[in-house]
Design a protein. Sequence first.
Length: 105
Amino acid sequence: MTSLVKSIDKATGTKDLCSFVVFLSNDEAMPKKIGKLAKDHGIAKCVLTLDAVSGPPAYKIAKEADVTVILYNERKVAVNFAFRKGELTPKAVANVLSNLSKITP
């Protein structure tokens, strides 16, 4: 997960791209964990935020997904990835990043 967030943050600085990551958790310690992630890995351009485990209803997050990545442009979803626990490999991260061209000029 960290490599995905770092890669998104890096892409945000080099493309006409805004980004955010929503962590879904009811863990009261999560805000501190998110802050530590940002500080330890220099996350500066990608907004990191927190929501309840169910997530925003409009996102229709798959319950079996450990990580969901949605790439959209002008409020239209271009690509939606759902990864079960253990599926977010370096190859999967590279695949997500290769799809950024679908939402950037």
